[in-house]
Write a protein that binds this ligand. Sequence first.
Ligand code: URA
Length: 258
Amino acid sequence: MITVALERLQKIMADAGVASRRKCEEIIAAGRVNVDGVTVTRPGFKADPEKSAIEVDGRPIHAARRVYYLLNKPKGVLSTTFDDFGRPTVVNLIPDEKRRLFPVGRLDEDTEGLILLTNDGELANILTHPRYGVEKTYSAKLRGVITREAVEKLKKGFRLEDGRARADRVTVTYRGKTASSVRMTMREGRNHIVRRMLAKVGFPARHLRRDRIAFLTLHGLGKGEYRRLTRQEVQGLYKHAEQTQKQPARNKKSRPNL
Ligand code: URA
């Protein structure tokens, strides 16, 4: 079945720079907006940002097409859009994309692995907001051989300087004589959270990689490589967040029906 990415009209208009969403609702209610030649005044009307011909006061608007990239960030690259000191950023690794991209959440300079880049602020919000609890899985190589108690502490949770933190799942993947490795699944993403938690239980990470965001994995992506998400994957991320969110939102936010 071919599905279409629909979004609320006021969101498409706001994203295209017409006005704030609130103001756009008023503009729609005032009968100033045509979609495919028909005047629309109904609140909640959805259109296809890429295909619908939308006019405000008879003038076409140009919706910013949504783009989504999955990048395997190497060490030494910053998760920002621009660096004042000219250091490489994740955005520099996708040089052919002329639309303004921003990274979803961040990975430390020293951390490698999966990071999403997009111009879809709504998806960025739901992937990073703790309310949606979207899972991210990390592999960490540790100094020292992690103990059972330390693993239990990570799972049970404890206080850090900025509040409680706990891992959803922890698996020891390697136990050597002087080093060990763990796989940790988190549902939140405060700054340096995994490194801080591991340091707190006495087994600091000497290497950290993010292997998974929801159902997206590093599969097929070498260091520094990226690919576009498919429409199904984008739809899947919205669905995933709907399923994992902690409390059903009273005012359900608009989301593209891809
Ligand atoms: N936790 C960290 O400590 N670092 C990251 O880059 C991501 C999560």
